[in-house]
Design a protein around this ligand. Structure first.
Ligand code: ADP
Ligand code: MG
Length: 582
């Protein structure tokens, strides 16, 4: 029984000396259920009806991190799930707080991150009759289509089973977001403490291994062996799986060039001799067999077809935990369904000792292309131009991550994202966190905070000025918890570029911000360190000082407003008007 449950008993006894029962209540049953299952951190925003719950959870030893907006708390919980393989927990108030958290829940589901959104809600009787309760909303119905599973608990005795179901739903199979609806009345419901303790469930084997069928492994290896120009694509599902050694062994024993998707960078170092990151277009176009490991053929891979995949016929092998992912866009000739750890172990066993290296003609061609591209880029990364361009600034950050490979890099923006992804090499698994499957802006501060809390490693957060704006108020949160986070804002005065002009009125153009804005002052306002830098040398000094000190720091890096391009690398996704621009 928790201390607080004992206290409830004492209070109850004080109020009614005749009461002989030990009592507990909804508040404490939720706390005990989370703790029993090792969920010891909550990201959220307090308010009715969960304010006391947060206090009690903190008193009971759960780490409760209060944010300034639920969406950021939700993004923190989502990435905590990705980093730990345990559901990240986000706690919100009803209706508006719930809706603010819902974006993150949908994001977690889309990205296959395990997360549980717990929201307080208004009274069922009033909500269902639509009689206008405080923050009235049928939250369960709204959450359902946006998550893997959604549950509501009406009786305190059901809390244990509900939390267990939520955990299992979030982490088993393809991970995702789960919604748990807790009406205000539930928290205060009192039940016998023994019955309460017995109602709790410690989830056993929450994400059971899913062993691939031996036939599917043989088929996949036969196809891979037949390749003249094989390629392995590693996705963030592979990084999530935490099967790092097995994946590294498999890639190395197979000798096949590999291409990491954005968040899979570092699973093997980007500087690995088999890494084809700098030869991306070549390997996509020219490969004849592609093995996907925890990566989907979605828009990030042009759905597996079209110009970027070239003319040559291709065979796809796909390793994924979700059977329905197979054939989603193109034919998968060798589907392997199972968890990545088990699948890669089985593949490794199948190639042990007797695997022919891929044709040298192919591996040499990939290597030549890669070395050529890297050599072409190198001088641009060493420029010390003022005003700074992206390459000069990123060249510096690239060296800093090379020297501090266990730091976590959070990255969002348009040009800031696309160029940093290509330029900054990663050396260790799960060190690069970014905008994920939706390419959303706003994940920055939530991810940075969760990364610092969950890993204890220093965090470098590289943000476009626009991207930062979505979650910028959380610099107060960073200062309040004194987190070792260094935010670098690539400030080019606007979205994509800061040079757009409105030709018809005094209003600024839709894509530009205040010129010469000093984001560093925001950090100073809360007691953190703010630095304004205008050259790559200054940037280097400021970031190193921040990473050494571990103090919350925000560096306003002034970038040439003309340096970016529209929508970064995905400008092609903008629809075009047939009418001439004014
Ligand atoms: P990326 O954006 O890096 O390409 P995606 O999010 O598109 O990655 O793909 C991740 C894939 O990994 C999803 O299809 C998901 O089902 C799968 N996945 C996630 N976790 C596991 C796991 N433990 N084992 C197998 N597959 C997994
Ligand atoms: Mg900008």
């Amino acid at each position: 029984m928790s201390d607080a449950a004992v206290k409830t008993k004492q209070d109850a006894a004080g109020a009614n000396p005749a009461a002989e029962q030990d009592l507990t209540d909804g508040f404490h049953l939720v706390i005990d259920a989370l703790k029993l299952n090792g969920l010891n951190t909550i990201y959220g925003v307090p308010g009715i009806p969960i304010t006391d719950f947060g206090r009690m959870a903190q008193a009971e030893g759960i780490r409760v991190l209060s944010f300034r907006h639920e969406q950021n708390a939700g993004y923190a919980a989502a990435i905590a799930g990705y980093l730990t393989k345990k559901p990240g927990v986000c706690l919100t108030v009803s209706a508006p707080g719930f809706l603010n958290g819902l974006t993150a829940l949908a994001h977690a589901t889309t990205n296959c991150f395990p997360m549980i959104l717990i929201s307080g809600s208004s009274e069922r009787e009033i909500v269902d009759l639509q009689q206008g309760d405080y923050e009235e909303m049928d939250q369960l119905a709204i959450a359902k289509p946006l998550c893997k599973a959604a549950f509501r608990v009406l009786h305190a005795a059901d809390i244990g089973i509900a939390v267990a179901r939520a955990i299992r739903a979030a982490v088993s199979g393809r991970p995702g977001g789960v919604y748990l609806d807790l009406p205000a009345k539930l928290f205060g419901q009192v039940i016998n403490a023994d019955a309460g303790a017995k109602s709790l469930v410690k989830v056993i084997d929450a994400a059971p291994a899913q062993i691939p069928a031996p036939d599917s492994i043989k088929r996949a290896l036969d196809v891979l062996k037949s390749a003249k120009r094989p390629l392995i694509i590693l996705g963030k599902g592979a990084a999530y799986a935490q099967a790092d050694e097995a994946i590294k062994n498999f890639v190395e024993k197979s000798g096949v060039p590999f291409l990491p998707m954005s968040m899979a960078k570092g699973l093997l170092p980007d500087t690995h001799p088999q890494c084809a990151g700098a030869a991306r277009s070549t390997v996509l176009k020219d490969s004849d067999v592609v093995m996907l490991i925890g990566a989907r053929l979605n828009w990030l891979l042009s759905q597996g077809k079209g110009k970027s995949w070239g003319e040559a016929p291709k065979k796809f092998i796909q390793i994924d935990i979700e059977p329905k992912e197979m054939d989603s866009n193109v034919e998968i000739v060798a589907p392997v369904v199972g968890d990545i750890g088990s699948c890669v172990d089985a593949l490794l066993a199948g190639i042990d000792g007797k695997w022919p290296a891929p044709p040298a003609e192919w591996t040499n061609a990939v290597k030549a292309k890669r070395d050529d591209n890297i050599a072409k880029m190198a001088p641009r990364l060493m420029n010390n131009n003022v005003p700074m361009d992206y390459h000069g600034a990123l060249g510096v950050l690239r060296t800093i991550i090379k020297e501090r490979p266990d730091a976590i890099l959070v990255n969002e923006g348009a040009n800031t994202l696309d160029l940093a992804r290509g330029i900054i090499d990663m050396y260790q698994p799960r060190k690069r966190l970014d905008v994920g499957t939706w390419g959303i802006m706003g994940i920055g501060m939530g991810q940075a905070i969760a990364a610092a809390i969950e890993t204890g490693k220093p965090v470098l957060c590289v943000e476009g000025d626009s991207a930062f704006g979505f979650s910028g108020m959380e610099v107060e949160t960073i200062c309040r918890y004194n987190l070792a986070i260094c935010i670098v804002i690539f400030n080019n005065d606007g979205i994509y570029r800061g040079t757009d002009v409105n030709k018809v009125s005094d209003d600024p153009a839709p894509t530009v911000f205040v010129k010469g804005a000093r984001y560093d002052k925001m950090m100073e306002a809360f007691g953190g360190v703010g630095v304004n830098v205008t050259s790559p040398d200054e940037l280097k000094r400021a970031v190193n000082a921040a990473m050494d000190s571990g103090k919350p720091t925000l560096i306003n890096a002034v970038i040439d407003p003309a340096a970016g391009s529209e929508s970064g690398r995905i400008g092609n996704l903008n629809p075009q008007s047939v009418l001439k621009k004014k």
